[in-house]
Design a protein around this ligand. Structure first.
Ligand SMILES: [Zn+2]
Length: 292
């Protein structure tokens, strides 16, 4: 099915599109031509001020304070018992993909239709942004930061993997604390608050990684429902399956990247949100889902 949607794009041989891991499908293809392993230094030497300047927004007069460390925690769903679900959207961007977009060989990695639908329907969600994505799309960041329907969270700096064998993602070779902090700081410039949640690229992590992220003040969020928006062709059937599996406390993973790899996420949401509500489940932010 991917061949139909991705026909205009040159894909390397050996691309894995059949994995059950939602992140894996999406990023394996975006990174198909990218050299694996660490040949380049990561772009983590970006101060929040420089990032803000590059993104074309004014430099803030004061930096929000970093959050205190939190206990290491991996959240897959809420056990509050409340009839709530968290719709989460990952906004991936690697240097490789960013450069392809800048060169015009990939479209901008913002699915504006998703934002339009969430806002017109009054649907709450949590958007996990990479630092590079936040730098490239200041208009989207400003739009979300100014609307309480959204909670912004951290999806690493440049979407490198924290562990080996993470679906072909290049392995991070920078300082992980610096990377997490750079993205959290950039988010906080928009929202005024340090993000509370972090999602690992490819969902790949071990206990030490989770502890390190916790030291920066963020809890790790996985999921219990794969949104299956990677290369989806029939949004109604995807939405039906998700709605059937969703239960009180579920966390569903979708993507905010749009074409080519998550082209119908808005249409999935247009079918999914009413189906969840018909089931008595209310979409809330991650912070609301996890509230005591
Ligand atoms: Zn991702």
């Amino acid at each position: 099915m991917a061949g139909v949607l991705l026909a205009p794009l040159p894909l390397a041989a050996g691309v894995v599109v059949g994995s059950s891991e939602p992140e894996a499908e999406l990023e394996s293809v975006l990174l198909a031509d990218e050299p694996l392993g660490g040949g380049e230094q990561l772009a983590v030497a970006v101060t929040p001020e420089a990032a803000a300047s590059e993104a074309g927004k004014p430099t803030p007069t004061s930096d929000p304070e970093p959050a205190d460390p939190v206990p290491p925690q991996v959240i897959e769903r809420s056990e509050s018992g409340r009839p709530e679900v968290a719709i989460t959207l990952d906004a991936d961007l690697s240097e490789w993909t960013r450069d392809k977009v800048r060169a015009g060989t990939l479209p901008p990695q913002v699915n504006w239709e998703v934002l339009d639908y969430l806002e017109s329907s009054g649907t709450k969600s949590t958007v996990f942004v990479t630092g590079l994505w936040a730098q490239e799309y200041p208009d989207a960041m400003t739009r979300m930061a100014g609307n309480p329907l959204y909670e912004l969270a951290n999806h690493s700096w440049d979407h490198d993997a924290w562990t080996y064998d993470c679906y072909g993602l290049p392995v991070m070779n920078g300082d992980p604390v610096e990377e997490v902090t750079a993205t959290s700081s950039l988010i906080a410039e928009y929202t005024g608050a340090w993000p509370r949640y972090f999602r690992f690229p490819g969902l790949c992590h071990d206990a030490d990684d989770v502890a390190l992220v916790a030291s920066t003040g963020a809890a790790t969020v996985d999921y219990d429902l794969d949104g299956s928006d990677a290369f989806a062709e029939n949004p109604q059937s995807v939405a039906n399956a998700l709605a059937a599996q969703a239960s009180a406390g579920s966390i569903v993973v979708l993507h905010l990247n749009g074409v080519p790899n998550a082209p119908v996420t808005a249409q999935i949401l247009q079918a999914l949100v009413p189906a969840l509500e018909a089931k008595g489940l209310t979409p809330v932010t991650m912070s609301e889902l996890m509230a005591e």
